[in-house]
Design a protein around this ligand. Structure first.
Ligand SMILES: C[S@@+](CC[C@H](N)C(=O)[O-])C[C@H]1O[C@@H](n2cnc3c(N)ncnc32)[C@H](O)[C@@H]1O
Length: 213
């Protein structure tokens, strides 16, 4: 699975068969607690919507996007069963893709978070670069960027999900890419204990950025 199309087909099959996770990630809880004043969340690569639904039940206006049709189907059916503002779109991150994204009338970019958990290591580097370029455009309007991803130090550790495509990322390289684009680093944490999953305790990085002040 070395190209984007192969990755897309993989997730399509995965979400057709996976049992949706109901509990939010620790990262979602951290973001909610740390930035309570932020009212709108754009969840990029939202998967089965576990974190999007959590944010919406906490009163946030949420837009979730994912390339997988089957994942978005799960998200929409979950959203229909809750009282919150949560819309989902099937969309593939591509060059300048935020420019074409309709976030809706209630979504205020200046009060928003671009949230992306376990997405960057699930895509090829070209998609990562498009994502960061698009994110930077929204940071210029006051959004924050909150990302969590698997690091190079996680590569050899055992995994519950053996077949997922993973491009293990150097935190230093990612940090430099963000700073070069004009982002301002607000939070950095690298280590274990942040995303335990079954027998797995991955080596991950959390980063939060604003536009340059
Ligand atoms: C590891 S999952 C993470 C899901 C969710 N954020 C979570 O933490 O459980 C990665 C997600 O990225 C999505 N994805 C992969 N490539 C994508 C792309 N180019 N554009 C949008 N979504 C993509 C996949 O469909 C999958 O749902």
């Amino acid at each position: 699975m070395e190209n984007s199309a192969g990755i897309g087909e993989y997730w399509e099959e995965y979400y057709k068969n996976a049992y949706p996770k109901t509990d939010p990630s620790l990262f979602a809880k951290f973001v909610l607690k740390t930035y309570p004043e932020r009212k709108c969340i754009l969840d990029v690569g939202c998967g089965d919507g576990r974190d999007s639904i959590f944010f919406a039940t906490e009163g946030k206006t949420v837009v979730g996007i994912d390339a997988s049709e089957s994942a978005i189907k799960v998200c929409k059916s979950r959203a229909a069963q809750m009282n919150g503002s949560c819309t989902f779109n099937e969309a593939t991150v591509s060059k300048d893709y935020f420019n074409t994204l309709d976030l809706g009338m209630d979504f205020r970019v200046s009060e928003s978070i671009i949230y992306s958990r376990f997405f960057l290591h699930a895509v090829v580097e070209e998609v990562e670069d498009w994502f960061l370029d698009s994110a930077m455009a929204l940071l210029g309007s006051g959004a924050l960027l909150c990302i969590e991803f698997r690091t190079v130090a996680d590569a050899e550790l055992s995994k519950v999900e053996k077949d997922h495509f993973r491009r293990f990322i150097s935190p230093t390289t990612l940090m430099n890419k963000c700073l070069e684009r004009g982002m301002n680093s607000l939070h950095l944490r690298v280590g274990r204990g942040l995303a335990p999953y079954g027998d797995e305790d991955p080596m991950i990085a959390r980063m939060v950025f604003s536009g340059r002040i």
